[in-house]
Design a protein around this ligand. Structure first.
Ligand code: SF4
Ligand code: SF4
Length: 71
């Protein structure tokens, strides 16, 4: 079964949390330990429960999320 890897471009992210709210598996959260050059705390994957639904990538207004399938 494929596993999925989420990559978030922290510099593009503005911390709007849309991807967090639309993820059905609770994979994403804001990482308060990071701040990008615009002063936002970016979203980050918190666990390995991604099912590859692409909701996060589809919802992100800044195209900051990429979902990779791993064999
Ligand atoms: S692809 Fe789906 S399950 Fe995976 S992090 Fe994005 S919204 Fe969540
Ligand atoms: S939807 Fe995009 S801009 Fe908003 S928190 Fe998620 S990755 Fe960042």
């Amino acid at each position: 079964m494929a596993k999925y890897k989420i990559v978030i471009n922290a510099e593009k992210c503005k911390g709007c949390e849309l991807c967090i709210h639309f993820c059905p598996k609770g994979v994403l959260g804001i990482d308060d330990s990071k701040t990008n050059s615009k002063g936002y705390h970016p979203a980050s994957p918190l666990n390995e429960d991604c099912v590859g639904c692409l909701s996060c990538a589809t919802m992100c207004p800044d195209c900051a999320v990429t979902v990779w399938a791993e064999e």
